[in-house]
Design a protein around this ligand. Structure first.
Ligand code: PEP
Ligand code: MN
Length: 464
């Protein structure tokens, strides 16, 4: 037992819990597999495969999130809305990593605190849908639920849930993890060479100059330290990177829930930091039941219909011992609703006194459809929700400890506005997302810069 574990010995194993206990409750957003025997065979295979992450990493992340709760770190969580099996390619993976590294550099430099880097990747393959059926020209088929479940093509065969996709999803997640780990271990994140992270197509970005100045300033600081001390500054070539996904498809998550030799309790070893989506966060639902028993740090998406009392009850169930780093609430209210809906929640949790990490997702409350039929988000709404979040937390005496974003390192045109002022007609040029619109590289970097500006303007709140 390590020292962190000894400290947490007071945290008890949840009572009457088993990895399969969720099966006794209503599980929303689950596919119906046509062949029960095939499903069972797949789950047996999945239970025997090696895990994707380790309990040591999971507990290290939990400690970093505990620091973020105290304002000593800031969480940057981002990636695709839905990863796809086809996009498990070297370019997509390394470009996404580059954007996240650059954003974290902007945040570290501007906020003067370490950033906890968490990707929405290596397992973000299952999607909740508002409707069970999709209808086109009078034909209705089951909705696409992410590559872990079925395929996006609008044919009857493609939409049948196929359990073998879980094996493929596990393998794709492992390949993604493997490549990310190798890049980072190989020096890709070395602060002596931030130019490794540049993406070719951004040479002419309106933000490029500001970014380059900042990188130059960091380079100077590093060289100054090295000259002064006469030795290399260590640990600049390695950063921690963690993974997260919406743990939606419960049979899959159950199959990756394990006990390990050196830590007590159960861990979901498919990811470091799973979250419960807004549509499946009912107090008496199967997802809440599953999540209460795992030792990972966990997050819950909180939408505008959540009442203060419900949030406190979720805290009772999901973090009964008030363990540091355990519970994150990701609010996603929408630019229009945040000023009305967020303060009552912040005040209730503040009065209650137990700890959570508050994170803002300025994407999911701001989705709209354009006249030419694209699902999009306006940069100005994303910005407005994020800026309001900082203000509202400051006013409530709570702390905004991180952001949760949908973004990609590819040159997509999915969200409107930003420094290049993308318009509705630009969306046709490079719209690739199978589900929700993502920030492209420039827009993502702009978000990082505006976070820094807003934080500086607000200043550090007086109490947590
Ligand atoms: C998502 O994160 O892609 C998502 C569906 O979010 P939410 O559960 O907040 O709607
Ligand atoms: Mn999404």
């Amino acid at each position: 037992m390590n020292s962190q574990d000894r400290k947490l010995r007071a945290v008890k194993l949840p009572k009457d819990w088993a990895p399969s206990g969720w099966r006794n409750l209503t599980a929303l957003q689950q596919p119906t597999y046509p062949d029960a025997a095939a499903l069972e065979g797949v789950l047996e295979e999945l239970r025997a495969l090696p895990p994707l992450v380790t309990s040591w990493e999971i507990l290290a992340l939990k400690q970093q999130l505990a620091d973020a709760q105290e304002g000593k770190r800031f969480l940057l969580q981002g990636g695709d809305c839905a990863e796809t099996f086809d996009a498990c390619t070297p370019d997509v993976i390394s470009n996404r990593l580059k954007v996240l590294l650059q954003m974290s550099l902007v945040l570290v430099h501007g906020m003067r605190k370490p950033v906890v880097r968490v990707g929405r990747f290596a397992g973000q393959y299952a999607k909740p849908r508002s409707a069970d059926l999709e209808t086109i020209d009078g034909v209705s088929l089951p909705s696409y639920r992410g590559d872990l479940v079925n395929a996006p093509e609008f044919t009857e065969a493609a939409r049948v849930p196929d359990p073998r996709r879980m094996i493929k999803g596990h393998a794709r997640s492992a390949m993604t993890m493997n490549f990310v780990r190798s890049l980072i271990d190989g020096g890709f994140a070395d602060l002596h060479h931030p130019e490794y992270w540049n993406l070719g197509w951004v040479g002419h970005s309106p933000l490029a100059d500001e970014y380059r100045h900042m990188v130059a300033a960091i380079g100077d600081a590093v060289r100054f330290m090295e000259t002064l001390s006469g030795q290399e500054v260590h640990n600049l070539n390695r950063v921690d990177f963690y993974t997260s996904h919406e743990a939606l498809l419960l049979p899959y998550e159950e199959s990756q829930t394990r006990q390990v030799p050196r830590h007590w309790g159960w861990f979901n070893l498919s990811t470091h930091y799973p979250w419960i989506g807004m549509r499946t966060a009912a107090l008496d639902g199967a997802h809440t039941e599953y999540f209460r028993g795992i030792r990972n740090p966990i997050a819950v998406k909180v939408g505008p219909s959540v009442e203060p009392d419900q949030l406190l009850k979720l805290m009772d169930v999901l973090n009964p011992e008030d363990e540091p780093g355990r519970l994150t609430f990701i609010h996603r209210m929408g630019a229009r609703a945040i000023a009305e809906k967020l303060p009552p929640l912040l005040n209730a949790v503040q009065r209650d006194g137990r700890r959570v990490l508050w994170v803002c997702d300025p994407m999911h409350g701001n989705t709209e459809a354009t006249s030419n039929g694209y699902k999009t988000r306006r940069f100005r709404n994303i910005r407005s929700e994020l800026e309001d979040a900082f203000e509202l937390h400051a006013a409530a005496g709570t702390r905004l400890g991180g952001v949760h974003l949908e973004l990609t390192g590819e040159d997509v045109t999915e969200c409107l506005g930003g420094a290049r002022e993308l318009t509705e007609s630009d969306l046709e040029r490079a719209y690739h997302s199978t589900v929700d619109p993502r920030l492209n590289y420039e827009q993502a970097l702009e978000v990082a810069m505006l976070i820094v500006r807003k934080q500086a303007q607000i200043g550090a709140p007086s109490k947590a």
